[in-house]
Design a protein around this ligand. Structure first.
Ligand SMILES: Cc1cc2nc3c(=O)[nH]c(=O)nc-3n(C[C@H](O)[C@H](O)[C@H](O)COP(=O)(O)OP(=O)(O)OC[C@H]3O[C@@H](n4cnc5c(N)ncnc54)[C@H](O)[C@@H]3O)c2cc1C
Length: 496
């Protein structure tokens, strides 16, 4: 008989959280600590969503999305998880850029960027200060009409080299483009610039294991291999609909609120169904663009390989003459970000030296390839990446003991994100996500949307905002305001 992954589950919970990405995990933990009964459902066999890892023979553990996040993670982890988790966050100082326009190393802080912009890029100090102050002053509720391109043209007209320095890492970090609203760039960029780039010492496996233990302590009923098929709704008796429960692994479970960490569009169109929403809302939801996906190549070097830490922690490389979003997405890859993992990444494990190459990618370029072509394209991705990396890690082909690739299809397979999206939806998804509870009482979404709420810090903080809203909904039946909680988290995010 197949194993019942819901054995012993209750028939009713205050809240069902669908998906155990960083937003879902954080929402579940906060709600349980607030005394709510919480069922956390994850379709995969492990928690973490895109915050994940995999193992290969030879004691190699590859991290998928642990490349760097802003300092704000320390505060969010301490407040919403544990001191031990927060204390494992450490800074990465070797951030390198190598492209036809410039070659430099930085700790990715405002101080160092200011120095480089003034001394190396010869930008007027007042302009640099004004730019940083403007980006720093941007917040969640600001004007969304100005694009990142317009922001750069205002401060650095004609300076494609400066735009590249300021924009390229953020495009990698969350898929944002020059055409996206300037605030989505400014908030994320300022978060990083406050103190630099950070990582989790011990790796994603250690972090997610620690989070799993916290969830159990908080009293969350955590269930893996539980694919939620349906969110049920019924009339609330006062004109609208409300959430009544979910169907998961064929079983109906009642609840008073749902937090979906599944992709925003899957939540609306697959889990709930468009007939449950107003026509205007459905039109807005249909217009939401899915963000781009990624390819990665995972390379393990021999354990005693002499890879020097001077190679850098994060290496942004490009052979394209100028920064250009289309080139970043093209299958004819010109830009790659390499993350170097030295033995200090996992000080407790077997020493390992690993390199993960990441590239933004389009779902359409991979989705329909016949199996043999797909495998050949993956192999080609591995080969061309080794060729490109040879410039920075000489003779890497002979130094590597394991090489494999992932594609948009891989991300889609493991997380069920539409089009294998690495960063949820584009900016317009945020308003749609925020409007869900006005459409159906007790229905919430928390997860990568609108760039600002993407990435480890953005997703986690969105989980916090939504958990507070759900708690308030359960307390007041949805009539109270969570503006204070939201403003508090927005301020934290702005403070990096
Ligand atoms: C290649 C790559 C590199 C990245 N690098 C970085 C980085 O360096 N720094 C950074 O900050 N961010 C990075 N990110 C982004 C970051 O990992 C994500 O933004 C973040 O982890 C997303 O969290 P989330 O809460 O939105 O949920 P997700 O991680 O998207 O998880 C959603 C979860 O819901 C589950 N689910 C979906 N549908 C159902 C269902 N019906 N029933 C049950 N479960 C369901 C999925 O299985 C999944 O576990 C990267 C992403 C990728 C792909």
């Amino acid at each position: 008989m197949p194993k019942d992954f819901l054995a012993g589950a209750q028939d009713h919970y205050d809240v069902v959280v669908i998906g155990a990405g960083l937003a879902g995990l954080t929402s579940a933990n906060i709600l349980a600590r607030q005394g709510r009964s919480v069922l956390l459902l994850e379709q995969h066999y492990k928690l973490g969503g895109l915050a994940t890892w995999f193992k290969r023979p030879g004691h190699h553990i590859f991290d998928i999305s642990l490349h760097g996040f802003p300092y704000g993670m320390v505060k969010s982890c301490r407040r919403y998880w544990s001191k031990e988790i927060a204390d494992s966050i450490v800074q990465l100082t070797g951030i390198r850029f190598e492209n036809p326009m410039f070659s430099l190393q930085t700790d990715f802080t405002r101080d160092d960027f200011t120095k480089k912009l003034i001394e190396d890029f010869r930008v007027d100090p007042e302009t640099v200060k004004a730019f940083f102050d403007t980006a720093r002053g941007m917040n969640f509720y600001d004007d969304q009409q100005t694009t990142a391109r317009e922001l750069f043209d205002k401060f650095f007209p004609g300076r494609e080299d400066v735009i590249r320095l300021l924009m390229e890492p953020i495009t990698y970090a969350n898929g944002s483009t020059l055409e996206d609203p300037a605030i989505s760039y400014g908030i994320v960029f300022s978060n990083f610039m406050s103190k630099g780039v950070f990582t989790f010492e011990g790796g994603t496996d250690k972090l997610v294991t620690a989070m799993g233990e916290e969830l159990v302590k908080s009293g969350v009923d955590v269930r893996i291999k539980c694919d939620c098929e349906k969110v049920h709704t019924a009339s609330s008796g006062n004109g609208g609909d409300k959430v009544t429960g979910v169907t998961v692994n064929g079983r109906h479970i009642k609840c008073d609120a749902v937090v979906s960490n599944s992709n925003l569009k899957s939540t609306i169109f697959r889990l709930v169904g468009e007939d449950k929403f107003s026509k205007d809302f459905v039109d807005d939801a249909k217009a939401v663009r899915i963000n781009n996906s990624s390819t990665q190549v995972y390379i393990a070097l021999k354990p005693d390989d002499p890879l020097e830490e001077s190679t850098g922690d994060l290496l942004f490389t490009s052979t394209a003459p100028t920064f250009n979003t289309e080139a970043l997405l093209s299958r004819d890859v010109t830009s790659r970000t390499y993350s170097m993992y030295y033995p200090r990444t996992r000080p407790e494990g077997r020493p390992q030296k690993l390199i993960v190459s990441s590239t933004n990618a389009r779902w359409e370029d991979w989705a329909d390839l016949p199996e043999d072509e797909y495998q050949a394209s993956k192999q080609d991705l591995c080969e061309t990446t080794l060729d490109a990396l040879d410039k920075y890690v000489p003779d890497v082909r002979n130094r590597a003991v394991h090489v494999e690739a992932s594609t948009p299809r891989t991300f889609n397979h493991y997380t069920h994100h539409l089009a294998g999206a690495s960063f949820g939806t584009k900016f317009e998804g945020l308003a749609v996500s925020r409007a869900l509870p006005q459409q159906i009482g007790g229905l919430y979404h928390a997860g990568s949307v609108g760039i600002i709420m993407s990435g480890w810090l953005g997703a986690m903080n969105y989980g916090v905002i939504v958990a507070n809203e759900v708690d308030n909904h359960l307390m007041t039946g949805g009539s109270g305001s969570t503006a204070d909680a939201e403003a508090g988290v927005a301020a934290d995010m702005a403070a990096g």
